[in-house]
Design a protein around this ligand. Structure first.
Ligand SMILES: Cc1cc2nc3c(=O)[nH]c(=O)nc-3n(C[C@H](O)[C@H](O)[C@H](O)COP(=O)(O)OP(=O)(O)OC[C@H]3O[C@@H](n4cnc5c(N)ncnc54)[C@H](O)[C@@H]3O)c2cc1C
Length: 367
């Protein structure tokens, strides 16, 4: 009789710095606001050994592993230069970031024209890098990180903790994995059913340059700058009043760093349906956001070649310039008027709130 093979399985908590459900408030519950979660998280982390473990020994010497050159070569060829394959490349990128770029992270992180963020999300998403490796490298290069709350290094640590926060939430509130909003009344928002607007947004043809540049970046390289993700998600949900679930799904299809927790968290934040989300009555103005975070239009011009001729002053309102100068632009006029769309959205949210409280009252009358 053949002997069964014996395998040893070792389990490690590695995808996160601290396991879900290990950071709780005084009532033993998960935090629903980020800042107190961060305080508790840091206190807990201080008591934890988060050293990276050494590489395990290979179990057999006889495996030939085919070498690949780009992490995502099977999807989009353009991605390769930004995201070279392998742990060695990822570690080099991490080291350079923690030594150098992180010093200016606080000032540069919201400017999409700059390489001011780590661009490590794809490696973290698929486990090429672990958050422990990130934290240990950050501390090695910036030993004061925990004591300098206004530094670039602490600001970056804060982002790693947002990543933890969204994962912990997903485990605590599994409804989030099942298309449920965190705030129940937002179930009743009457979203628009316009398929045409959704397609236009996907293609980056809305007529709002910062939104379109972001969507073209996403479609071309499978990654989008965080500030632009926020603007683009806000535009879909608050200017076009399209259900956040559709945007979430499209991002997940396109992103090479797509992760359920962060993507769902980001979308529910932008749509004001989530935990510690942007308040529903505060709506980003895409033109103002563009002017603020891409004042010279460097990011916009990089992704919208048709706007290269437009002067800086008008880069976020190109048709104003084109009309004044009687120039025909090969770029769409804005798909909606932002001020008008904003009012429609505010009304839709009020309607949703009212509808939910009516259903709630009706239900409680009988039970
Ligand atoms: C609508 C929307 C969708 C998003 N979808 C995803 C997604 O699918 N996958 C993903 O990893 N991030 C997502 N994010 C968060 C954020 O945009 C990306 O993590 C970030 O842009 C990645 O670039 P980076 O590696 O240069 O980040 P850095 O600024 O260098 O941050 C370091 C790391 O922290 C984590 N991180 C940073 N910001 C956030 C955040 N707001 N929430 C959670 N984790 C964060 C990421 O792992 C990131 O690699 C989304 C944000 C929004 C608004």
């Amino acid at each position: 009789m053949m002997q069964p093979h014996l395998f040893h399985i070792y389990a490690f908590d590695d995808a996160l710095l601290l396991p879900p459900k290990s950071v709780k408030n005084q009532n033993g519950k998960m935090y629903k606001i980020y800042t107190p979660f961060r305080h508790a998280f840091l206190s807990r982390l201080a008591l934890t050994d988060f050293q990276s473990l050494p590489k395990p020994k290979p179990r057999t010497q006889n495996i030939t592993i085919e070498k690949i050159t780009s992490l995502f070569e099977y999807t989009v060829i353009n991605i390769a230069p930004n995201f070279p394959a392998g742990e060695f490349a990822a570690l080099k990128k991490l080291e350079k970031f923690c030594h150098d770029i992180v010093q200016h992270y606080q000032e540069h992180r919201d400017i999409p024209a700059l390489d001011g963020t780590s661009q490590l999300s794809p490696y973290l998403a698929i486990g090429v890098l672990s958050p422990r490796q990130c934290l240990n490298q950050l501390i090695a290069k910036n030993p004061q990180v925990f004591n300098t709350i206004n530094s670039g290094s602490f600001t970056w640590l804060n982002e790693l903790i947002w990543r933890e926060f969204y994962h912990h939430l997903l485990v605590t509130f599994p409804g989030l994995c099942c298309h449920q909003p965190f705030i129940p009344w937002t179930q009743c928002i009457p979203w628009s059913t316009s398929k045409i607007y959704f397609e236009i947004w996907k293609k980056g043809l809305t007529g709002y340059p910062i939104v379109d540049a972001g969507m073209r970046q996403l479609n071309a390289i499978g990654w989008m700058h965080n500030r632009v993700r926020m603007i683009s998600a806000s535009f879909l949900t608050k200017d076009l009043l399209i259900n956040w679930r559709l945007g979430e799904k499209y991002f997940m299809q396109q992103l090479i760093d797509g992760t359920l927790a962060a993507n769902n968290g980001g979308w529910q934040w932008a749509a004001s349906t989530g935990v510690d989300a942007s308040p529903w009555f505060r709506i980003f103005n895409p033109t103002t956001q563009g002017k603020k975070f891409d004042p010279q239009g460097k990011f916009v011009r990089a992704w919208l070649p048709e706007l290269r001729v437009v002067p800086d002053k008008y880069i976020h309102t190109p048709h104003e310039w084109a009309t004044k100068n009687r120039i025909a632009l090969n770029y769409p006029t804005p798909i909606v008027n932002h001020q008008h769309a904003r009012l429609i959205t505010l009304n839709a949210f009020k309607t949703g709130k009212l509808k939910h409280s009516t259903i709630y009252l009706k239900y409680h009358k009988y039970f």
